[in-house]
Design a protein around this ligand. Structure first.
Ligand code: IMP
Ligand code: MG
Length: 182
């Protein structure tokens, strides 16, 4: 890392994440028992979480697709605009869909994704987010499954980035002196 990088502080350790992902996987396996399940990972932030989660779901019929969405530029400032950067590869009509997100913040992204995907008539549409920042919510969105509720701070690691960096950190970390702008 160059000198410009600040040392992130660990907020949630890899062990705690792993334990919570195991619990979520068990819950999902129970809830979707006997029904084919499609996980839809939101790129890019959710792919690390999705990779661990899918291996924690003991279920015979799980398929995966990805939706690319951009809501932030290369900063912590939300543009308030959501844009699809990669569409689904497979139809979700009549399918039980679970959207897998890294973090639910203002809810603007989820709100957009939910209305975009429900137009394709899935059998059901639920959301799981690893992290939830309820303090920042603008849209009245609640996830069906939440890994951890966290305070209002900008976090990185375990797939989450700041300007495309820090995704490789194994835990969830806070960048010091970088709080969420409004
Ligand atoms: P929302 O539309 O405000 O709910 O923002 C959701 C998206 O913003 C997430 O999928 C992330 O990509 C990004 N985001 C929000 N908060 C953070 C954060 O603390 N760290 C990294 N990315 C974040
Ligand atoms: Mg994201």
């Amino acid at each position: 890392m160059s000198e410009a990088h600040q040392q992130p502080e660990v907020l949630i350790t890899p062990d705690r994440i792993a334990a919570r992902v195991r619990e979520l996987g068990q819950e999902i396996a129970r809830d979707y028992a006997g029904r084919p399940l499609r996980l839809v990972g939101i790129l890019k932030g959710a792919w690390v979480f999705l990779a661990d989660l899918i291996r924690a779901i003991d279920h015979d019929d799980v398929t995966v697709d990805f939706l690319g969405v951009a809501s932030y530029g290369d900063t912590t400032h939300s543009s308030g605009e959501v844009r699809i950067t990669k569409d689904l590869d497979m139809s979700i009509e009549g399918i039980d869909v679970l959207i897998v997100e890294d973090i639910l913040d203002t809810g603007v992204t989820f709100d957009y994704i939910l209305s975009a995907l429900s137009a394709h008539k899935p059998r059901s549409l639920k959301v799981i987010t690893l992290l939830d920042k309820p303090a920042r919510r603008i849209k009245p969105i609640q996830a069906d499954y939440v890994g951890f509720a966290i305070p209002d701070a900008f976090v990185v690691g375990y797939g989450l980035d700041y300007a495309q960096e820090y995704r490789q950190l194994p835990g969830i970390c806070v960048l010091p002196s970088r709080t969420n702008p409004g």
